[in-house]
Write a protein that binds this ligand. Structure first.
Ligand code: PMP
Length: 453
């Protein structure tokens, strides 16, 4: 291979064999095998090369784009190889792995709000367009309307699928972010394999599936899956190609991605979870055998901190059972679920710091070998020890921890937390005599977030 860019495309197709597919056969095309790890390397390269050919992108120019991450990674990879700068505008709900990856590729990343819609100056697409205008030599890629995006899938992804399926495909299940995948594969199939149905997998909260199924434009909600789902119909999304749509709630998408890894060993991201969940529903609803293809849009490695992180699922309120308005509902990291982060009294402050840093928390319960909570340690306790003692990091937790503890039963009403927090205490939550975990102000704020959305 002359360069890493020659590794874009010609991705492998793998059959799903261990999950129930009804009467159908289901195949996944591993777009995660592209060099920046996603399906978006294909359109990224095509859009850059089209802009070069049209003279919109000149040597020394800057590629500017609004992206959930993957398009940006593809642009930064291809653009970087070709000597351009890349400026990416990314909504702030996106996984930090993608942002770190983009910066590591040399891109400049501007984070913007993910809670505003089209027309708002902070909306990622409007902001990217403005920054492109204000940058000399700036080229606004605009994957949502750029015809080179669907064209890349029409020229490569579609033909590869048909060839790998020996010319026999009944359905392709796709998501829509920009619409490039849907429109490109859909157009190719309409021309060369008219029997192939295009099935839309859409996160619940997106307007696309309701629009396809009922013709109604609904108010957009919010969803945690990244890269697919929309609050508008992108010019590149030709929804007339879609014959059926499935709306998949976030917890189901995340669970599908986790199941795919456990049962098939295929490491896929959140949007692939949505696609798989929809593909399985479609397969199981058939009464005759069909040959179905879907995509692994990107790798699960980009979502270790979310899809594959039990603490994230708990923070979203997707684990831990039903909510009853009790203190137990607020506890995110639970001893009983193995997600609580704790230290022992004999550990040193170096260990305390390592645990705080790796779990991104600032207070830890101190639990003895018998499982009893004997103290609490927070960042001010650690700092105080370091300020007064050169050897502070070696000191045992038992020397430094607070032993004034306030315990509260898991079944107490949430309002009982407020007086504790007013006194600057952290609540130690007990469930039938056993330590369940701690409840902090941040946990209570998160509880309000998930109950009020
Ligand atoms: N999955 C992921 C993870 C993505 O980043 C994207 C692109 N935003 C898609 C799927 C959807 O692809 P398209 O833009 O072609 O609709």
């Amino acid at each position: 291979m002359a360069s890493v860019l020659d590794l874009i495309g010609e991705t492998p197709l793998v059959e799903v064999t261990r999950i129930d597919r009804g009467p159908c056969r289901l195949f996944l095309k591993l777009e995660s095998a592209n060099p920046s790890g996603s399906i978006k390397d294909r359109p990224a390269r095509a859009m850059i090369e089209a802009a070069e050919a049209a003279g919109w992108l000149k040597p020394g120019g800057t590629i500017v784009e609004a992206t959930a991450g993957n398009t940006g990674l593809g642009l930064a990879l291809v653009g970087g190889r070709k000597g351009y700068s890349t400026l990416l505008v990314v909504p702030d709900k996106m996984a930090r792995e993608k942002i770190l990856h983009a910066r590591a590729l040399g891109a400049e990343v501007v984070l913007t709000r993910s809670d505003v819609g089209k027309g708002h100056p902070d909306y990622y697409q409007d902001l990217a367009e403005r920054l492109a205008r204000e940058t000399s030599g700036g080229f606004f890629v605009n994957q949502f309307a750029n015809p080179a995006n669907p064209a890349a899938h029409e020229a490569t992804t579609g033909p590869e699928i048909l060839r790998q399926m020996d010319g026999d495909v009944d359905a392709v299940v796709v998501g829509v972010g920009s619409g490039g995948t849907l429109t490109g594969i859909g157009r190719f199939m309409r021309r060369t394999s008219p029997k192939t149905a295009m099935i839309l997998a859409d996160p619940a909260g997106s307007i696309l599936a309701p629009l396809v199924e009922t013709g109604q434009m609904v108010q957009a909600g919010s969803w945690a899956v990244e890269g697919i789902g929309e609050d508008f119909v992108p010019p590149n999304a030709d929804l007339a190609l879609v014959s059926q749509a499935y709306e998949i709630p976030d917890p189901e998408s995340f669970a599908a991605a986790r199941e795919l890894l456990r049962t098939e060993g295929i490491f896929a991201g959140s949007s692939s979870g949505t696609l798989l969940a929809a593909a399985l529903k479609y397969c199981r609803a058939q009464d005759t055998p069909k040959r179905v293809v879907s995509l692994v849009c990107d790798s699960g490695a980009k979502y270790l901190s979310k899809v594959f992180n039990d603490a994230f699922l708990a923070q979203e309120g997707w684990t831990g059972g039903e909510k009853h308005g009790t203190v137990g509902d607020v506890v995110v990291n639970r001893v009983s679920e193995g997600t609580a982060v704790m230290v022992r009294p004999q550990d040193n402050l170096r260990t305390v710091f390592a645990r705080m840093r790796s779990a991104d928390i600032s207070q830890l319960p101190v639990v003895d070998d018998a499982g009893h909570v004997v103290g609490l340690i927070d960042e001010s306790d650690v700092l105080a020890a370091l300020l007064t003692d050169e050897q502070g990091f070696e000191r045992p937790v038992s020397d430094v921890m607070t032993t004034r503890l306030e315990t509260i039963p898991a079944h107490a009403p949430i309002a009982d937390l407020v007086p504790l927090f007013r006194k600057d205490y952290i609540a130690i939550v007990m469930d039938r005599g056993e330590f369940l975990g701690i409840a902090t102000r941040l946990d209570l704020i998160n509880y309000f977030r998930i109950m009020r959305r």
